[in-house]
Design a protein around this ligand. Structure first.
Ligand code: ZN
Ligand code: ZN
Ligand code: FE
Length: 756
């Protein structure tokens, strides 16, 4: 008995070889019908014998293409047409009501890499080789659905050979939108300072310059990199000087996993991340005898490592490796993507640029992550992951969430899906602010949504907040910063009920007018109450206290020891002169420009300064990173602390710990032990506070978020202690715990508030 069924498939099903696979399965079952991309996914109709149809459906479910991710298949039986043979791959059709499967960019696959280095292949050494299993996607798409005419490849007319591959369903390059070859596709060129194009082979010349210690720009998938020889101290030092980036870690690209093993400790989970199609930067522990320049990550023992993910990277790295590969931008600006933006970094930072003529439609920085207990912890979620949606436990009208001020991302929802943008950056930078506006236009356009709700932070001075209030969207929902952190993590785990939320970060606007950042909340997606917070200290000079960690140390000592702190300061804080400390103390005493903060980040700053790491910072979170790096991971002791009850609100005071740290410093205790004990102290204090709250409110789920949880040592300790005490603990695996996850949390809270 013949029948005809219609299948609507959603998920990541475009740009991953889905239609040719469907074609092959249908033909092998002798079925008639068609398959086509829609802006919501893939639509299939098949007609034939009942058992052949069921086998076909089974096959799609059990053996989808390698990089496809099927979220849902909607199957309906429809009247047959009587046509019994001929299966077609039809042209795209627009459809607004089903969900899109925009694919992220995919790293070069093994087959393409083999062809790239095969002298007998017609694409031998072709820097833009790709197939349906690999290549750029998100960064070349102008509009959906994903078809060649809608990408930045539209301007390249395929040659006969490429055209035949492109239209043959049995070919690996069938419908591979960026398909190209030497004859018909994009080309690499070397641009030098004088802006003359180079004679001869551009890659060979680039390699020659890099070997001589030069600093080059290389056009990648989501933007330019700035690169140099990672084993050449002079080159790395020059790059740091020119980029005005004295200490922030630089990512390093290695030609192979073997080479990474040579320089770094690596476990199987980290290997599989490095080799994945997303090809993120994975933070690994550096080996003692690694020959990499010490200047790559002077504050830590970590190396941010990644593998070549475009054919051009492969061609370059086989000649010279490892290479420092850092974002092609001026300090906090967005990564540059076009040749006409090269003037921003050339000639001031780079001498030459290895460019090409395949336009990058949208910027997308490299993703950065760590593996903690087998799970991903994102520091930055961008290329290779964006625009894959995060499924929310709530749905409603489309929400545009504007995110935070630093490490900004935006988030747009459609139904129950949240689409988080690539990393945008710090919005007080003008170029980043433009990129923020551009991203909102781009994202809503690409997703074909008109948000009817706009969510933002409560901080009135964030650029993102001001933007939200200027926008012509009547419904505005301001979300408290730390509630957004907790909501982001809850959404990842599909939690909507009340939990204990531990939000530890540098700064966030508190509704009481103080700066929050060491917060224990009782929260569901909709509402929260502040159940406990870290003891508040003053920040003498406001933001200046963030740049000068020794000011926070002074503030803590002044608060704990009062006027007798003078002598301690002379011994402990050589970075502060007697004169300066007098002025700062007077400021705090008279409440002049000394806002109160419960920030966990500032507490890390203070302790780092107390043990001799009080130099002015050159990047956000530097003291905490150094404190973690020096901590003895095997330390089990901890310092005393106090949990003080102030009615409904508990205050967690590390005053007793600070007194003990000072005493330890005077007795010559090692920094490693002090830093280790400090981490243990935080974990125990959080454990005790959660116990107290559980006792009162009967909550057993604890959600961890905030930038301080990028500290994997603290994350592990807090998780372990809470597990031992019988809590269920949730941390981030899909979005970063830092402010890059704020937009996701804002969107979730807004949707929850709109529920009946
Ligand atoms: Zn490929
Ligand atoms: Zn061609
Ligand atoms: Fe934050």
């Amino acid at each position: 008995m013949n029948k005809r069924v219609r299948l609507q498939v959603t998920g990541r099903v475009q740009g991953v070889g889905f239609r040719p696979t469907v074609y092959r399965y249908a033909v092998s079952q002798g079925l008639a019908g068609f398959v086509q991309n829609t802006s919501g996914g893939v639509l299939i109709e098949v007609e034939g014998a009942g058992n052949a149809v069921s086998d076909f459906i089974e096959k799609i479910k059990s053996e989808p293409p390698r990089h496809a991710r099927i979220e849902n298949i909607d199957i309906t039986e429809i009247p047959g047409t009587g046509v019994s043979h001929g299966f077609e791959i039809s042209a795209s059709r627009r459809s607004e009501d089903i969900l899109a499967g925009m694919p992220p960019d995919l790293a070069t696959c093994d087959e393409c890499r083999a062809e790239l280095f095969d002298p007998h292949n017609r694409r031998y050494r072709y820097p833009f080789i790709n197939c349906t299993n690999c290549g750029p996607r998100f960064t070349i798409i102008r509009r959906l659905p994903y078809d060649r005419e809608q990408t930045s490849m539209a301007c390249f007319q395929q040659c006969g050979g490429c055209g035949r591959e492109y239209s043959d369903p049995m070919d690996r390059r069938f419908d591979a939108q960026p398909n190209a070859c030497h004859e018909c596709g994009p080309e690499v060129k070397l641009i030098t300072v004088g802006n003359d194009s180079f004679e001869g082979a551009p890659i060979t010349e680039a390699v020659r310059q890099l070997k001589n210690g030069a600093i080059l720009a290389v056009k990648g998938i989501g933007g330019y990199h700035i690169c140099c020889d990672a084993c050449n101290n002079n080159a790395v030092s020059l790059l740091r000087k020119r980029k005005n980036r004295p200490a922030k870690p630089l990512a390093v690209m290695f030609v192979s996993l073997d080479e990474i093993r040579h320089h770094c400790e690596i476990n199987p989970d980290e290997e599989s991340q490095l080799l994945s199609v997303s090809a993120p930067v994975v933070i690994l522990r550096r080996k003692q005898d690694s020959g990499l320049s010490e200047l790559i990550s002077p504050d830590t023992n970590d190396i941010g490592a990644f593998l070549p993910y475009s054919p051009l990277h492969h061609l370059l790295l086989t000649e010279i490796s490892p290479l420092v590969m850092t974002s092609g931008n001026l300090s906090e600006e967005p990564v540059i993507k076009d040749e006409d933006e090269l003037t921003r970094i050339m000639p001031d930072i780079v001498e030459s640029a290895l460019a090409h003529n395949r336009p990058i439609v949208r910027r997308c920085d490299d993703s950065v992550l760590k593996i903690i207990q087998g799970q991903r912890l994102f520091i930055r979620r961008s290329r290779g992951f964006v625009p894959e949606p995060v499924n929310l436990p709530v749905k409603g009208p489309s929400v545009l969430a504007c995110g935070a001020e630093l490490k900004n991302t935006i988030c747009v929802t459609r139904d129950n899906q949240a689409f988080i943008s690539p990393h945008i950056g710090d919005l007080d930078n003008y170029q980043s602010h433009l990129f923020f506006r551009e991203s909102i236009r781009d994202f809503t356009g690409l997703l074909e949504v008109k948000p009817s709700v706009i969510a933002c932070d409560m901080h009135p001075d964030y650029h993102s907040t001001r933007y939200a209030y200027e926008m012509d969207i009547p419904m505005k929902i301001a979300v408290q910063h730390h509630h957004a952190h907790i909501a982001a993590c809850m959404s990842e785990h599909m939690i909507t009920n009340q939990v204990i939320g531990i939000a530890l970060d540098g700064t966030g606007f508190g509704p009481d007018g103080t700066i929050w950042g060491g917060e224990i909340l009782i929260a569901d997606l909709k509402e929260f109450t502040r159940a406990a917070h870290f003891k508040q200290y003053k920040m003498p000079g406001g933001d200046e206290a963030v740049r000068h960690p020794s000011r926070m140390a002074l503030s803590c000592l002044f608060s704990e020891f009062g006027t007798e702190c003078g002598e301690i300061i002379d011994v402990i804080l050589p970075a502060i002169s007697e004169h300066e400390s007098k002025i700062l103390i007077r400021m705090m005493d008279n409440n002049i420009n000394s806002p109160l903060t419960s920030s966990a980040g500032r507490l890390f700053d203070a302790v780092a300064a107390m043990i001799g790491m009080g130099q002015p910072i050159s990047y956000e979170g530097q003291p905490a990173i150094r404190l973690q790096a020096c901590a003895d991971r095997n330390e089990t002791d901890s310092y005393p602390f106090k949990i003080e009850s102030g009615g409904e609100l508990y205050i967690i005071s590390f005053g007793p710990a600070i007194r003990s740290i000072i005493s330890d410093m005077r007795h010559g205790t090692s920094r490693g032990r002090i830093a280790g004990m400090f981490h243990n102290t935080l974990a125990r204090a959080i454990g005790d506070t959660c116990d107290t709250i559980r006792h009162k409110h009967h909550l057993t789920q604890v959600v961890l978020s905030g930038g301080v949880f990028q500290n994997d040592l603290l994350l592990e300790k807090v998780t372990n202690i809470l597990h031992k005490r019988g809590f269920r603990v949730y941390s981030h695996h899909l979005a970063p715990p830092n402010d890059g996850g704020i937009a996701l949390g804002q969107a979730a809270v807004a949707l929850a508030k709109l529920q009946k």
